[in-house]
Each structure stands twice: as structure tokens, then as C-alpha cells.
Design a protein around this ligand. Structure first.
Ligand code: TXA
Ligand code: MG
Length: 355
């Protein structure tokens, strides 16, 4: 396996904190370059830079996972609290071996079937993984993304890359390079443009470190095929998130929020009392005259298409200066569970602000 030759994998020399570029890596005019130059992006990562890159789920904000100072820049750029652990991205399943203490049988089966892909596995970490990456937890979340340019970036950088979604903390995840530029602009050294994300929802996070496999975040891989591979899994209850922020910190109830208040309402529910209402619908509906703006996630009622369109549609509505966005829940099966989860969290911000 080619990856075995690289320094960090072979355990040759890399201590958890490697060399860091002495100067800020931003280009002089502080605007952030966007492009498709994988070599340049990989070079920046190796020198301690911040590179936003496309994955099949959402764009990630990456830094060398073994370089604490580079990782610290991720938290600064996002305004992300340090108690929220980062996912580490690998180019090959073999890279896992130095990041986690052991790979249990159920993890192996899931990896064989779903990597590369939108599945993050949480396993007990080795000392190589800096505490900053895992927010002091003894576990680390790892995934192998299914996007050719992300994989090429990881291979060329030759180091695992810590990357949260490339948005400001608590806001909607980016599914296109322009979304990253809008929110993080000059805070990143390079945006590796890989086009629109095909899945459009963050990865499913599955904790395999405890006695029972536990779903920490529903995401781009639905639960059914996971259970088909390793049997029943426990679902972390969204209602209990606040009680256990250390278990799945990114699962705070007010994540994925638009600036415009968002309410979840079926077609039978009364519309809010507001002048400019936007509609986020799963499928086409009528009448529409009471809405100032409308986004339909999937004209063909296809849940994967709806997932891929969700965050961009939320952003477009958010840009319309609406008083409120009414979102229709989608059928709660397969990827629909993850879509409803994101909508529910976005709606909770409106609730908490109304309180
Ligand atoms: O699809 C994705 O997962 C994207 C792309 C860039 O890979 N990344 C992403 O990262 O969504 P982020 O940081 O926005 O969300 C990571 C989630 C958070 O909910 C975090 O709490 C959880 O994964 N997580 C990471 N490491 C964990 C750990 N050791 N234990 C429990 N939860 C963990
Ligand atoms: Mg995120």
C-alpha cells in the first residue's frame, strides 16, 4: 500500500506538533484564492495552512490533524468552541491504524462496505492524535471522504486532515465553494473547488467506542444499511443533547441555523403571522400566493436530491430578507431522518430567540 511509505504513517518522525509556517499564509490582498490546484492546497496543509476543500457531504475546513497550531487556526477561523471535537479525514482505511487503538470487527465491516463515504466512525484514539482535535475526548472521529479531489489532497499532503464543516460555527454547512468564500473568505488560505457536493448533508457519526454502537448524528449514510451490516444500533436521542454536550458536542440543538427564523410546519398547520414568508418545500405544492419566496427541494420527490439541495436552498431563502421561513418536514425514512434533524435544529434557534 503506497500510503505506508509516508512519514507519519510509518511512524518515522512526526511528533504531534510539526513545523508551522512563520508568516500568515494569506495572499497579500487578504482575499482568498479559489481554485482546483490540489498540489498548492496540499503544500499549504503541510506548511500549517488552512484549506477548505470539497467532500461528497459538505465542504470541510482542513488543517494537518497532527499539527496542533494548525488545528488551533480552525477553531479561530470558525469561531468554534474548543469543546467541539473535529473529524479526521484519511486517504485510505490503513491510515486508521495509527490514529485509533484498535479497529473492532464491526468497524471493519462498515469500512469495507461504506468507505470511502459519508460515515464517520468514533473509536478510542492513540496518543498521536492531539487533544485539541478531539476536544480532550479519548476518542477520535475518522472518515474517508468519497470525493476524488479530497482523496487526492489527502494523498498529496500525506497526513490526516482535521476538518469540520467550513462554515461559521452554528450556521448552515457549505455545499459549494462560493458558500465557503462568503462565510470564511479571507480566513482561509485556499479553497479547493470540487463543485457542488453530491450528498449535501454531513456524514453520519457512529460511535463504536462503547458497549453498543451509537448513532451520534444522522447524516449522509442512512441507518438502515448500517444496521443491515452490523445489526441494531442505539440512537442518541436529540432531545437529550443538551444533557450531554461532551458526548456529541456538535449536536447542539441550535445548529445549522439560518439568520432568518425558521419554523417547521406541515401543510395543515396555520402559517405564521408575518408579512414576508418563505417556503422550503420537499415537493411542489399550491397555492403559493401567500409566500414571498419558494424553494422546492425535489420536484420528483427524491430524498437524495432533496438532501443535496437542502443547505443551498436554505441559504437562498436566507438571502431574501424574509420575516420567517416555513419548512415542510420530509418523510422520516432513510436520508429523510437526517434532513428532518437539520430542519429541527435550524427551527430551534427561532424558538430559543423567541423565548
Ligand atoms: O461530512 C462531514 O462530517 C463534514 C465533512 C467536512 O467531513 N464534517 C463535519 O464536521 O460535519 P463537523 O465538525 O461540522 O461535525 C463533526 C461532528 C460533530 O457533531 C462532533 O461533535 C462529532 O462529529 N464528533 C467528532 N469527533 C467526535 C468524537 N470523538 N466523539 C463524539 N463526537 C465527535
Ligand atoms: Mg458543522
Amino acid at each position: 500500500m503506497g500510503s505506508k511509505g509516508i512519514a507519519w504513517y510509518a511512524g518515522e518522525s512526526l511528533a504531534p506538533s510539526a513545523w508551522v509556517a512563520p508568516e500568515p499564509l494569506h495572499c497579500p490582498d487578504m482575499s482568498c484564492p479559489i481554485g482546483t490546484d490540489v498540489e498548492r492546497a496540499a503544500g499549504l496543509l503541510v506548511r500549517g495552512g488552512l484549506v477548505a476543500f470539497a467532500t461528497e457531504t459538505v465542504y470541510g475546513l482542513g488543517a494537518d490533524a497532527l499539527n496542533q497550531r494548525a488545528v488551533a487556526r480552525i477553531f479561530e477561523a470558525k469561531g468554534r468552541p474548543r469543546f467541539d471535537p473535529l473529524i479526521v479525514h484519511v486517504a485510505e482505511p490503513e491510515w486508521l491504524e495509527r490514529l485509533v487503538r484498535s479497529v473492532p470487527e464491526n468497524a471493519r465491516r462498515l469500512i469495507d462496505r461504506f468507505w470511502p463515504g459519508p460515515l464517520t466512525l468514533v473509536l478510542p484514539k492513540t496518543d498521536l492524535v492531539p487533544d485539541l482535535v478531539t476536544a480532550g475526548l479519548s476518542t477520535v472521529g475518522v472518515r474517508m471522504p468519497a470525493h476524488p479531489s479530497a482523496l487526492e489532497l489527502l494523498r498529496q499532503a500525506g497526513t490526516p486532515v482535521a476538518a469540520p464543516s467550513a462554515n461559521l460555527f452554528g450556521q448552515v454547512s457549505p455545499t459549494a465553494a462560493e458558500h465557503v468564500a462568503d462565510q470564511l473568505g479571507s480566513r482561509v488560505d485556499y479553497i479547493l473547488d470540487g463543485g457542488p457536493c453530491s450528498v449535501g448533508l454531513e456524514s453520519t457519526v457512529l460511535d463504536l467506542s462503547g458497549q453498543f454502537p451509537t448513532l451520534l448524528r444522522p447524516g449522509g449514510l442512512s441507518v438502515e444499511p448500517i444496521e443491515g451490516t452490523i445489526g441494531p444500533i442505539k440512537r442518541a436521542d436529540a432531545a437529550s443533547d443538551e444533557a450531554r454536550p461532551q458526548l456529541a458536542p456538535g449536536m447542539q440543538s441550535t445548529h445549522y441555523a439560518t439568520r432568518t427564523p425558521l419554523v417547521l410546519a406541515g401543510r395543515e398547520d396555520r402559517l405564521p403571522d408575518a408579512a414576508r414568508i418563505g417556503l422550503l418545500a420537499f415537493v411542489p405544492e399550491s397555492p403559493l400566493d401567500q409566500f414571498a419566496a419558494v424553494e422546492v427541494l425535489s420536484p420528483q420527490s427524491d430524498i437524495a436530491e432533496a438532501a443535496a439541495n437542502l443547505f443551498a436552498a436554505m441559504r437562498r431563502l436566507d438571502a431574501q430578507r424574509l420575516d420567517v421561513i416555513v419548512a415542510r418536514p420530509v418523510p422520516n425514512v432513510g436520508l429523510g431522518c437526517a434532513i428532518n434533524d437539520r430542519l429541527l435544529r435550524a427551527s430551534r434557534r427561532a424558538e430559543s430567540e423567541a423565548r
